[in-house]
Design a protein around this ligand. Structure first.
Ligand SMILES: *Cc1c(COP(=O)(O)O)cnc(C)c1O
Length: 343
C-alpha cells in the first residue's frame, strides 16, 4: 500500500464464503472471511501484517527476528513460519501461565520450527499486553549478544501491532469491500476478535480511505487497557499519514465501530463455556473450526447480538476468521466429551 512494499507471502485474496446453514438457522446473512487460510504455518491474521513488517526486516538485512506473545501465541507461530521461509532465525519471548507447561498446540509447532524460545511467568490478573513489557528487558540483553556476534536483529511488537503492520488490514478492508461487491451485497456489519487492536486500526484506516457503511463489531478477548480507544485512533492517524491521506474526524471513526468487551471471561487464553458452545456450533453447522482464544469468543458474542435482535434479521454480517486453529489442540477439555462414558 502506498509507498510501502509488501512481500508476496501468503495466499491472497483469502476466500469470502457464505455460511448457508448458520444463515438459515438465524435468519441473518452470515459470511466468513477466511483469514485462517492465509498460508504460512497454518495461516491467520498476522500474515498480512508480516508481509509489511518482514519487508522492512529484509530491507535492514535482518538475520534474526524477535517477537512477543502468550505461550499459545498465534502471532509467534505465524512470524516463525514466515521467517523460516525467508531464511531468518525466529526468537520468541513468551509469557507462560504455569510452571509445568506442556508442549501443546502452537507450542509444538514453534518447537518444530526450532524457534529460540524464552519463557517468563505470567502473573495472574495481569493484562497480557502489559505483562509483555517484562520480557522486553530480557530481549534487549539477547539483542546485544546477537549484535556482538555480527547478527542484525529486527524486533516486531506483540501481535505485529504498529502502524506498518496495520497496513495489512487497511488492505484487507479494501479486499473485503471488493469481494462483497462482486458477490452482490453490501455488508451491514464486519465482526472480528480484537487483541492488540492492530487488526481494528487497519480496518478503520481502510474505512477512512474508501468509506464503508458497515459497522465494525470488535470483540475484545482480554481486559482492555483504559487507553485502547486512544491507541487505536493514534494508529489510524499514523496509517493515514503514511498513506498520504487526509486525517479523519475522530467522532466519525468512533461512530463506525463498537468495542464490545463482555465476552473474554476470566481473561486472555482462558476458555469460556460460551466460546466452547460457539466452537461446537460452527463445527456442527458448517464444518468450520474456530479457536478458543479469539474467534470462539467473538462468535459467541456475535450470536448473542443476533439472538437479541440487536443485529436485525436479514442483516449481512461478515465474520473475520482470524485463525488460531492450532490452539484448539491445547484445549482437550473443550469437547466436553467423556470417552469412557461414550458407549
Ligand atoms: C492475534 C489474533 C487476533 C487479534 O488481532 P489483533 O490485531 O491483535 O487485534 C484475533 N484472532 C486471532 C486468531 C489472532 O491470532
Amino acid at each position: 500500500m502506498g509507498d510501502f512494499p509488501a512481500l508476496s507471502l501468503g495466499c491472497y485474496p483469502t476466500p469470502l464464503e457464505k455460511l448457508e446453514n448458520l444463515s438459515k438457522k438465524y435468519g441473518v446473512q452470515f459470511y466468513v472471511k477466511r483469514e485462517d487460510l492465509s498460508g504460512p504455518g497454518f495461516g491467520g491474521n498476522k500474515v498480512r501484517k508480516l508481509r509489511y513488517l518482514l519487508a522492512e526486516a529484509l530491507k535492514r538485512n535482518a538475520t534474526h527476528v524477535l517477537t512477543y506473545g502468550a505461550h499459545q501465541t498465534n502471532h509467534g507461530r505465524e512470524t516463525a513460519a514466515c521467517c523460516r521461509k525467508l531464511g531468518i532465525k525466529p526468537l520468541l519471548f513468551l509469557l507462560s501461565p504455569s510452571e509445568e507447561l506442556m508442549p501443546l498446540g502452537n507450542l509444538i509447532l514453534n518447537c518444530l520450527m526450532d524457534c529460540e524460545i524464552h519463557m517468563e511467568p505470567l502473573k495472574p490478573k495481569n493484562n497480557v499486553y502489559e505483562s509483555l513489557q517484562r520480557l522486553k528487558t530480557r530481549a534487549e540483553e539477547r539483542i546485544l549478544e546477537i549484535e556482538r556476534l555480527g547478527g542484525v536483529c529486527y524486533e516486531i511488537p506483540a501481535g505485529g501491532m504498529n502502524p506498518l503492520g496495520c497496513l495489512g488490514y487497511t488492505e484487507a478492508l479494501i479486499e473485503i469491500q471488493e469481494q462483497a461487491k462482486q458477490a452482490g451485497f453490501i455488508p451491514d456489519y464486519i465482526a472480528h476478535a480484537s487483541g492488540t487492536g492492530g487488526t481494528l486500526s487497519g480496518l478503520l484506516s481502510g474505512v477512512a480511505m474508501i468509506g464503508s457503511s458497515a459497522q465494525i463489531l470488535s470483540f475484545s478477548v482480554d481486559q482492555e487497557p483504559e487507553n485502547k480507544t486512544e491507541t487505536i485512533i493514534d494508529h489510524v492517524t499514523a496509517v493515514l499519514k503514511m498513506l498520504g491521506h487526509e486525517p479523519v474526524d475522530e467522532a466519525i471513526l468512533v461512530k463506525q465501530v463498537q468495542l464490545i468487551s463482555g465476552y473474554f471471561g476470566e481473561g486472555y487464553e482462558r476458555p469460556t463455556s460460551g466460546a466452547a458452545d460457539a466452537i461446537k456450533e460452527l463445527a456442527v453447522e458448517e464444518g468450520l473450526f474456530l479457536d478458543p482464544v479469539y474467534t470462539g469468543k467473538a462468535m459467541y458474542g456475535l450470536l448473542e447480538l443476533v439472538k437479541k435482535k440487536t443485529i436485525p434479521p436479514e442483516s449481512r454480517v461478515i465474520f473475520l476468521h482470524t485463525g488460531g486453529g492450532p490452539a484448539l489442540f491445547a484445549e482437550r477439555d473443550i469437547t466436553g466429551f467423556d470417552f469412557l462414558d461414550s458407549n
